[in-house]
Design a protein around this ligand. Structure first.
Ligand SMILES: Cc1cc2nc3c(=O)[nH]c(=O)nc-3n(C[C@H](O)[C@H](O)[C@H](O)COP(=O)(O)OP(=O)(O)OC[C@H]3O[C@@H](n4cnc5c(N)ncnc54)[C@H](O)[C@@H]3O)c2cc1C
Length: 377
């Protein structure tokens, strides 16, 4: 009986664990996570503006895993010792024959000096709840939402201000509020190709949301954010998506990229340790990263582990498209599909649509993801 240890209870880890559960009969599959809940991060902008309750966009991991005969350990990995094939956690030590690493990333604020207490971000539920409280207190003024270079999540940078626009209009505050977005992208949502970017630019223009492209913040001050090339934006409410860096726990693997991310081959396998697979945001890939990519990587890693368990060579390669669905607030939606996903060749836009059905699609996707993990609680 082989022991497969999956570290991380989000898209990447669950993608791998659920795929293993379907076929790894007779082997022991354990998922270890520092948090005991899955959080549906695409809904964090909705939590921030009060359209979702925090408790409704997450699910406890233990029952969802137990239903699939997977073992769950609520423990945070502190160190990986690939030579001895073991992971040291806070509560104990876990041995493995195969390891799937999906611990996500940490924010990297090192390039942004200033007054961090004045600033919000939107990476996890705590951030969303803190921002929600600030938005509830907000009584009009200047709002700025931006993303730093190497910030690998772009869609909420546009979704949040659009949802906020609708919410502030509902509260009668939009007339005395300015909303601005800054991004390292030259044009809004350039990631989705020219047609998507043109749609996004039109929506921002119509909703009176300013856009400053090709830049990032260099300093946060109590009432403003300074951007590259001397520009600055006044900000009473400031939300920044930071650059990403790898989690300290992966250091034991060695050979990391400068930003602490882990390089892998097309099979998601570590170059030195064949039994170690790395998936999700932790992978040293270029361009934006998404939950869908993490999930598909998790499934590919699982297929390769199953092949190895049957004495075959790994055969599943990670290929993925980049899919983005945005709720624009006020009933609108926007979505696009690009292939391949960023950093994997010259991408082409396969679909770029806007309209109410896209917003419904976003809600349906949320329900689908959460329902796979069982009832709320
Ligand atoms: C606001 C926002 C909106 C987004 N919207 C979308 C969207 O619409 N569509 C989309 O596809 N993607 C979206 N994304 C991106 C997506 O959420 C991430 O790409 C995805 O969550 C990455 O999954 P992951 O499994 O690699 O890691 P993460 O989601 O970062 O999860 C890491 C997991 O590992 C656990 N962990 C961390 N350290 C340890 C440790 N030392 N030991 C044990 N466990 C550990 C954590 O508790 C967590 O369970 C969004 C992201 C944000 C922030």
């Amino acid at each position: 009986m082989a022991r497969v240890l999956v570290v991380g209870g989000s898209y990447g880890g669950l993608g791998a664990a659920f795929a293993l559960a379907r076929q790894a009969d007779g082997h022991r599959v354990t998922l270890m996570s520092g948090t005991d809940r899955f959080v549906y991060r695409p809904s964090l902008p909705h939590v921030a503006v009060g359209l979702r309750e925090p408790g409704k966009v997450g699910r406890p991991l233990a029952p969802a895993l137990a239903r699939r005969n997977l073992e769950f350990v609520h423990d945070a990995a502190q160190e990986i010792d690939p030579e001895k094939r073991r992971v040291v956690g806070r509560k104990g030590e876990y041995r493995y024959d195969f390891l799937v690493l999906a611990p996500g990333v940490d924010p990297d604020w090192s390039a942004l000096p200033g007054a961090p207490e004045r600033m919000h971000t939107l990476l996890w539920m705590d951030d969303a709840v803190r921002l929600r409280e600030a938005i509830a207190r907000f009584n009009g003024g200047a709002v700025v939402v931006g993303v730093q270079r190497e910030g690998a999540v772009l869609c909420p940078v546009y979704e949040l201000p659009l949802l906020l626009d609708a919410e502030l209009a509902r509260r009668g505050l939009r007339g005395r509020t300015t909303i601005q977005v800054y991004s390292y992208e030259e044009t809004p949502l350039a990631l989705g190709g020219p047609s998507t970017s043109a749609r996004a630019a039109e929506v921002l223009r119509r909703r009176r949301i300013g856009f400053v492209g090709g830049t990032q913040a260099t300093r946060v001050e109590p009432d403003r954010v300074r951007l590259e090339h001397g520009a600055e934006l006044e900000a009473d409410l400031l939300v920044i998506i930071p650059a990403y860096r790898g989690k300290p726990v992966v250091k034991g693997l060695g050979g990391l990229r400068k930003d602490g991310m882990v390089p892998v081959d097309d099979h998601l396998r570590h170059s030195r340790y064949e039994e170690v697979y790395v998936v999700g945001d932790t992978v040293a890939s270029d361009g934006p990263k998404t939950g869908r990519m993490a999930q598909q990587q998790g499934r590919a890693a699982a297929a390769n582990i199953l092949a190895a368990l049957q004495g075959r060579r790994p055969c599943a390669r990670y290929t993925s498209e980049y899919l983005c669905l945005l709720d624009l607030g006020a009933g609108g939606g926007l979505g696009f599909v690009r292939r391949p996903s960023p950093g994997r060749g010259r991408p082409k836009t396969y679909l770029s649509l806007s309209g109410r059905p896209l917003s419904w699609a976003k809600t349906l996707l949320e329900r689908y993801h959460l329902s796979r993990l069982g009832p709320g609680g």
